[in-house]
Design a protein around this ligand. Sequence first.
Ligand code: FES
Ligand code: FES
Length: 260
Amino acid sequence: MDSDNEKTKRITRRKFLGVSTAAAAGGVVGGIIVGAVGGYLAGQAAAPPAATTTVTTTKTATQTVTTTQTAATATVTSTVTQPATTVTQPVTTTVTTTRTVAPEAEVGYTSLITLNVNGVDYALLVDNRWSLADVLREKLGLTGTKTGCDRGECGSCAVLVDGVPMLSCMLLACSVSGSKITTIEGIGTVGNLDKLQASFVNNEGIQCGMCIPGIIVVSKALLEKNPKPTEEEVKEALSGNLCKCGNWPFIVKSVLEAAK
Ligand code: FES
Ligand code: FES
């Protein structure tokens, strides 16, 4: 128990400080909290009002979406109707007519001739431009007569025209119509050789043989006219015949042997 003195002292001190009892309960003097009690009371008395907090939350979401699309197969059938178009185009027509005309039918270029060839009579319609050699080889098939130069230089085409040796490549067939023609085929045959042909075989008078038909035909005419010719006469008679093989010694010998 405080004594009265003690109370008096505290009152006095308060008075001295100029603080009322009520103010002492607040514990604040001039904005200054006095003492631990005052501070505590100040804390209790000035409790702050409950705070209201507004929280705003913003949420941003990122979403990735993957879409797979399968292409569809579509069949489209279209019918297009087009108006008819008229095109006018020039057409050139070329007509080629091929007319086969036998040479014999060409008026003015043919002749009807007769020939006796190797003992056989022929009536032939020939082109006026054909040589006797052509007619013998191409029309009658007597290919024993050779055409070497076809220009009167080699003598291989020689035939007998009425017994006279002539170059058939230089004679028009139509010009000797009615004549008697002797070719190599008419001199002798394989099974019945003329003595001249046999002599050429026996005396190696033949090499390639190209010149031989003409040489034998000319030699035949020589022996008909001169059965016992000399070597010089044989060479002179055959001066119009060429032997590309150069077989002259044996050719002359063959003729002379045939004349024996
Ligand atoms: S083919 Fe006749 S002379 Fe040569
Ligand atoms: S044998 Fe050949 S051209 Fe006289």
